[in-house]
Design a binder for this molecule. Structure first.
Ligand SMILES: [Mn+2]
Length: 360
């Protein structure tokens, strides 16, 4: 029996639903194991059905042994789901309001024999707590990231004087992670040097590395469908007082937050630990993003570590802790680890060293 579907049925009952339509790809993967790009999952009180098209029938049959696989009719995915709903006499049908576009919504509304009920984050909420098998995949994904980082430092040291660009570094990280078991990036790597490093989500470009540059590298990969995420910042040449002050403030904030994480804390309380240290050092205005986010099948999941996060931290959640300071015109520092929340506090999945690495 599929435990995830069972938990979803408990939610359906609480919401008085006869059935639910799942259209989000990550939610479909979580419930069924299906990794293709086009499908709908339809869950009733006693059936679990995956509707897809000819291209994916064989794959779905292999990936989703606990699901009935249905080939879509000429009516398309939604039309086929509605034919099934009719034959089951389902009336109250949930749909994912965050993942349903307006045209689909209108086509649902035309079918007045059903009562469509918008739902929000039903499967996402189940995904917040990772099981042991999921944590194992996240651990491996982050291990590949650590490995890539330990490879990239000597690579930069050897090559930067030959005009190595941000793009070269990003490509080398990607290539290395793919070579070591990753199926792809969890997001396009961010490699930002010099004054560009104050752009939190800089796109790597033709910029080369120079003495006095901070270089921020934020990257991650996908391993068996699960994402990793880490950031390290290094400096080219001997750091100035200002480099050290900023770097050490971010590091102190990160370590304090890591040490503070405890089951039952609100996400905003963890965020506040790091934010206070950065504000007390006078850089409060230069840390404009949240402290961290959950990671799983998607790179950004809930709950977060942010000023607004009221949800509490529970055992089995996997989140990033990534404070930063960004000074326009000078540069920025971000240090990011990915951690599992445990009975004792956390298990840090990221092992790359955090003392400032000086590349000369
Ligand atoms: Mn992140």
């Amino acid at each position: 029996m599929n435990k995830r579907v069972q938990k979803l049925r408990e939610q359906m009952e609480a919401l008085n639903l006869d059935s639910i339509l799942i259209s989000n790809r990550s939610n479909i993967r979580y419930l069924s194991g299906f990794t293709g790009s086009s499908a709908l999952v339809y869950i009733t009180k006693d059936k679990q059905i995956l509707i897809t098209d000819f291209r994916y029938i064989e794959q779905a049959t292999m990936q989703c042994p606990e699901f009935e696989i249905v080939n879509q009719t000429t009516k398309g995915l939604i039309g086929t789901a509605m034919e099934i709903a009719e034959s089951h006499k389902d009336k109250h049908i949930g749909f994912e309001s965050d993942h349903t576009n307006y045209s689909t919504y209108l086509s649902l509304k035309e079918r007045s024999c059903f009562n469509f009920v918008p739902t929000k984050e039903v499967v996402e909420n189940l995904r917040q707590i990772k099981d042991a098998a999921e944590i194992e995949k996240l651990r491996e994904a982050e291990r590949i990231g650590d490995l890539a980082f330990s490879h990239i430092i000597p690579f930069i040291t050897m090559e930067y004087k030959n005009g190595l660009t941000e793009t070269d570094i990003a490509l080398e990280l990607e290539r290395f992670m793919r070579m070591h078991g990753a199926s792809g990036n969890s997001f396009n790597p961010i490699v930002a040097a010099g004054s560009k490093s104050s752009l939190c989500h800089a796109v790597p470009g033709k910029e080369t590395l120079h003495e006095g540059d901070f270089v921020v590298m934020d990257f991650g990969c996908i391993y068996e469908g699960y994402c990793s995420d880490m950031t390290r910042t290094v400096v080219i040449g001997q750091p100035s007082e200002k480099h050290l002050e900023i770097y050490n403030t971010v590091l102190e904030a990160q370590q304090a937050a890591l040490a503070a994480i405890k089951i039952g804390m609100k996400g905003k309380e963890v965020d506040a630990v790091a934010r206070k240290i950065i504000a007390d050092a006078g850089y409060g205005d230069y840390f404009g993003h949240g402290l961290g986010h959950s990671v799983g099948i998607d790179i950004h999941e809930n709950p977060r570590f942010s000023v607004a996060e009221e949800r509490t931290i529970e055992k089995g959640m996997v989140l990033t802790v990534e404070p930063g300071i960004y000074l326009p015109g000078f540069g920025g520092v971000r240090i990011e680890d990915m951690v599992v929340v445990t009975e004792e506090g956390i298990e840090n999945l990221t092992h790359s060293k955090k003392e400032l690495i000086i590349i000369e």
